[in-house]
Design a protein around this ligand. Structure first.
Ligand code: BGC
Length: 250
């Protein structure tokens, strides 16, 4: 089956990254392009950069994009780690007008989680699986028998005595406070213990760029739930995004 690869674009706080994705293989069909995220990252500035990424890729067709925000029916509802101008923006309209293409827009962790479930650490896993991404914030993607429950915001849980989870245990917090792996793992322990008490998942997959260094912190996190590193690392966002490109126009 030869089909046009869908394009996936992952919009993050520091970079906007895109690649054509072979959805059968769950892999990039050509080299990825990365352009730094404009500052301030307003909707118009980001849309302009997305157009540049697409120009550099030079691949036609539908596009799936991620945002680090709740996105329902194309509308951005939150802006924890992005410019507040995004709230209320019709992101599907914004990006389809800017690019002239059919687009789908999805929460970044949901996209990365879907890619892990299809091609990575969650492949063929049934029951309740949680994918948590550790980066600037903490993203979450919840699956029941492989089916995504979109827009869970489990990085915003309030931990007893420690406040909002992502302000206590995100990867960016480890960097800012120069925490040792041991100290950070203790924070993750508190976070994941709380999460497993509430959700009783069968598997937790830990993603985000830092999952490459999982051996430094994950063995220290002891849970009743199996907890494993993601396998697609930073590619998961782009690969998952491509899944949300409208298929009927491919
Ligand atoms: C946002 C989520 C996002 C996560 C990871 C959180 O602050 O609220 O929507 O998935 O960061 O980027």
């Amino acid at each position: 089956m030869s089909e046009t690869p869908a394009v996936g674009i992952d919009i993050g706080g520091s970079g906007i990254k895109g690649a054509p994705v072979d959805l059968g293989a769950g892999a990039f069909a050509a080299e990825r392009v990365r352009i730094p995220t404009p500052q301030p990252a307003t909707p118009d500035a980001v849309a302009e950069t997305v157009v540049k990424v697409l120009d550099q890729l030079g691949v036609p067709g539908a596009v799936g994009l991620t945002l680090p925000a709740v996105v329902r029916h194309g509308i951005v509802e939150t802006a924890a780690n992005i410019d507040h101008e995004w709230i209320g923006t019709d992101a599907v309209k914004l990006f389809s007008n800017a690019t002239g293409r059919a687009v789908g827009v999805v929460n970044d962790a949901d996209a990365a989680g879907l890619a892990e479930m299809r091609y990575g650490a969650g492949k063929a896993k049934t029951g309740v699986v949680l994918v948590a991404t550790l980066g600037t914030g903490i993203g979450s993607a919840l699956f029941s028998n492989g089916e995504l429950v979109p827009n869970t915001e489990l990085g915003h849980l309030h931990l007893h005595h420690h406040g909002v989870a992502e302000k206590f245990a995100a990867e960016s917090v480890r960097e800012q406070h120069d925490l040792s792996w041991k100290d950070w793992a203790e924070r993750l322990q508190k976070y994941f213990e709380f999460v497993e008490e509430l959700l009783w998942p069968e598997l937790i997959i830990v993603g985000g760029g830092v999952s490459k260094k999982a051996d430094k912190f994950l063995p220290r996190v002891k849970l009743r739930t199996e907890i494993v590193p993601a396998q697609l690392y930073n590619d998961a966002g782009i690969i998952g995004a491509a899944h949300f490109a409208p298929r009927d126009v491919l």
